[in-house]
Unconditional design. Sequence first.
Length: 191
Amino acid sequence: MDNSSISSLLGAAAARAVPVVRAVREEQLGDPTPCAGYDVRELLDHLLDVVVNFTRLARKQPSSFGEEPDRLSTGDWRELFAEETGRLVAAWGEPGAEEGTTGGMHQPARFVGTLVLLDMTVHAWDVARATGQDFTPDPAGVEVLSGVIGDMAPAARDAGMFDEPKQVAPDASGFDTLLAATGRDPGWRPA
């Protein structure tokens, strides 16, 4: 795996995700996304929940996945996303964040950091694609994720988090190959 810090990788991913979230228009919140079962609103709420919980995990605190908060119903959710991703990046940059195991997941902390990097990268693409925006992921993040996706995909499929992998051309980009491994169609467009 690449030796870049999780914090620096998340910082680069956040720098790409925050503008995508800020550009989502209210009338697009009910639109479908490439992430099966989620419309734009549900996906943004999920992504915010992931960011908040993985900030806790970086600090070796318990997470509260499954509470299904509605973070988009009050206040400026675009600014909230920017603030929470800033907290996430800072938390993963704190001394010891990448060491030991973390939270109730009982997984190596650096691996847990790659999980949130995956969500930030792939869901930013989901939102961008659903709302007609361009998205270019951070190449270093894609490289790190490409190195671990083969190990994490079978368990993610078993848990219902990934669909069956899609086929891509042999000359597909690393990012398209990563998307396909999560069960996404890299060519997905809104109907």
